[in-house]
Design a binder for this molecule. Sequence first.
Ligand code: NAD
Ligand code: UDP
Length: 313
Amino acid sequence: MKKRILVTGGAGFLGSHLCERLLNEGNEVLCLDNFFTGQKKNIAPLMANPDFELVRHDVSVPYWTDVDEIYNLACPASPVHYQFDPVQTTRTSVLGAMNLLELAKRTKAKIFQASTSEVYGDPDVHPQPEGYWGKVNPIGIRSCYDEGKRCAETLFFDYHRQYGVEIKVVRIFNTYGPRMHPEDGRVVSNFIVQALKGQNLTIFGEGQQTRSFCYADDLIEGFVRLMATPNGFTGPVNIGNPGEFTMLELAEKVLRLTGSKAKLTFQPLPQDDPKQRRPDISVAQKELGWNPIIDLEEGLKRTIAFFRKELNA
Ligand code: NAD
Ligand code: UDP
């Protein structure tokens, strides 16, 4: 059945892939974005589709419309951008969640929250299962994002318990792919753009910290599967690729796959930068039958091809 679906943050990197997927499945999509980090060009190819609508709006201000489902992705995700106006980042996460939960309550829409592995902070437990409560600094430079997302999860679960709102919460681990902004600031796009421009790759700290990188298409498949789970299944569910790499290993791969002669340059490690991160995906495997398909090497090749075109490099 054709559904009317609101995607907040729909002009961003992940949001634009999600809008495209939902349209391809025959739904009507209402994309809402304030274009803080999103770009019109991400959704330009969708504009000709009569089932697609675009609204410029800030989720920290209430918005009313009739919808069947809501995917809440609105929030800057790169440390550079979420630290640019930290108060606005918390407003986006917390007030945005509350406004959209009110909309879900009123329209009886099912609502999905794009939460994050950052709720685990700089984790003592490795890999991270959903039952781990995390180790997060409440007053540091990452807190506007980490605590904002944690509070959003709290609101989701309280609206579920208190008002019976149907919720689905995903915890996304570092995801990359085509349509990342060249100045996004996250590590995969930074290294690829630097390699293609022949600039030094900026390694923060000694490059021994680890991350697990998921390709965008795999993640979106997990989103759609989670939204389709039976009523009452709320998550949270980790979605990410358990392959774990140091930043030095990532830099080496990017240099090899781009054929770049760029060098490495070492810069100070930002405050509270998590030392290790890898998802335990057993819940996603059991409840969603989900596994990532695209490994880092293949995902990097596709992302490099995108940036070569984007930068004419
Ligand atoms: P992105 O920055 O490309 O997308 C975020 C989108 O939200 C942008 O289009 C931006 O303009 C929009 N936005 C920001 N504040 C808004 C506001 N107040 N009102 C309306 N729109 C607003 O980042 P992304 O990687 O696509 O992330 C999408 C979501 O997934 C975010 O909620 C992010 O926290 C979450 N997430 C992403 C990752 C990842 O690795 N990509 C990891 C964990 C969580
Ligand atoms: N990082 C890096 N060089 C960069 C950007 C990031 O070495 O140019 C490191 C960063 O310190 C962190 C890891 O890469 O340890 C992932 O950073 P990103 O901002 O992509 O995501 P997050 O820290 O939110 O996981």
